[in-house]
Design a protein around this ligand. Structure first.
Ligand SMILES: C[S@@+](CC[C@H](N)C(=O)[O-])C[C@H]1O[C@@H](n2cnc3c(N)ncnc32)[C@H](O)[C@@H]1O
Length: 191
């Protein structure tokens, strides 16, 4: 049986998953503040983890990603969904602390966008899917963005303030050893 952790599960907890959330009015099985580390589970406790419209609410994205990395077994899956920063919802909700685009998680990729010092937690990207506002989807632009990575980059750089995004879905596989749960947020300088 798959062990799935639904992080910030809200009221619509994923079927069969263990839900965690800060709010007792949700379907959470475990109440937990995702801005406090470590989360109350042992390393590699889960086969998969879902964070659906949650990461934008958290204070420390890097530290949360390190926890996701620690909690999911090697070969497991981490699924993240979050608004694109050009969507109405991204800036409308006053509890959103982050406004992301479809390249925001490249810092956790094996080549870390040249910012390897952000974190040691690395993930392999299984897929990124962008949803556009329905008008642009009907014109076929969503298909282009999702089929051609170079077009997605072009869209992010030049078009997205007009051809606005809606939401993004990411799936990752944790790579390498887990970052220990008790590590300080800042990496020690290596000289
Ligand atoms: C927009 S809702 C999404 C709920 C659910 N994942 C869904 O897709 O329906 C964001 C959820 O994150 C939870 N949340 C926000 N900040 C949190 C924190 N610091 N610790 C734990 N949960 C938090 C909220 O209580 C809420 O249930």
């Amino acid at each position: 049986m798959q062990r799935t952790l639904d992080v910030g599960c809200g009221v619509n907890k994923y079927k069969g998953a263990l839900g965690i959330d800060i709010n007792p009015a949700t379907a959470a099985d475990v109440l937990c503040d995702l801005d406090r580390f470590p989360y109350p589970f042992a390393d590699a406790s889960f086969d998969s983890l879902r964070a659906i419209h949650v990461i934008e609410h958290l204070t420390d994205v890097i530290r949360a990603m390190e926890e996701f990395h620690r909690l999911v077994r090697p070969g497991g899956r981490v699924r993240i969904e979050t608004p694109h920063y050009t969507d109405f919802s991204s800036f409308c909700d006053p509890t959103h602390k982050h406004h992301l685009n479809s390249f925001s998680f490249r810092y956790f990729g094996p080549n870390d966008a040249g910012f390897g010092y952000y974190t040691k937690a690395k993930f392999r990207e299984i897929f990124v899917r962008v949803r556009l506002l329905s008008f642009w989807r009907c014109l076929g632009l969503e298909l282009l963005v999702n089929t051609f990575p170079r077009f997605r980059r072009f869209w992010e750089h030049y078009l997205c303030y007009v051809v606005r995004g809606k939401s993004m879905e990411f799936e990752f596989e944790p790579l390498g050893p887990a970052v220990p749960a008790g590590r300080p947020t800042a990496l020690p300088a290596s000289r």
